[in-house]
Design a protein around this ligand. Structure first.
Ligand code: DQA
Length: 139
């Protein structure tokens, strides 16, 4: 099974960025743990701070991968383009967030992705990604 994790803007700063909200682990370290844990999954990881690059990546893998785990970060709340790309592709997309966005500012309560996603997992810290992988495996 091929699954790609796509992280959006500022998630390259995990470990340094607002550790009280996002924790103190880098995503690279967490990704290595996921790879060790889910050896049966061909797990990939892509991060970009650029909206168009995220759309390009969704289009590139969206017709061949078995699943995509997307944390579009701030673009979740603004990007019709990323939402449209999720709608356009065939691979199921699970939207994830590290924090519980519904407990935070009102502008974070909107998602342009959720309506096109298979499901949404939020608020479990980095474990949200682990749960998303499991959602694909336990079908
Ligand atoms: C986030 C939540 C977003 O509102 C925020 O802009 C992020 C991270 C999360 O994973 O909790 O950058 O997607």
């Amino acid at each position: 099974m091929k699954i790609l994790i796509i992280n959006g803007p500022n998630l390259n700063l995990l470990g340094k960025r607002e550790p009280e909200v996002y924790g103190d682990l880098t995503f690279e370290d967490y990704f290595a743990r996921l790879q060790m844990k889910f050896t049966e999954v061909q797990l990939g990881y892509f991060q970009s701070n650029i909206e168009g690059e995220i759309i390009d990546k969704l289009q590139e893998v969206g017709f061949t991968y078995d699943g995509i785990i997307l944390n579009a970060a701030a673009y979740t709340h603004t990007s019709i383009g990323i939402g449209d790309a999720v709608k356009a592709i065939e691979a199921p997309v699970v939207e994830v967030h590290i924090s519980n966005t519904l407990k935070r500012e009102e502008f974070r309560h909107v998602s342009y992705i959720a309506a096109h996603a298979k499901g949404v997992i939020l608020g479990f810290g980095l474990k949200s990604y682990d749960l998303a992988i499991r959602s694909f495996l336990e079908e």
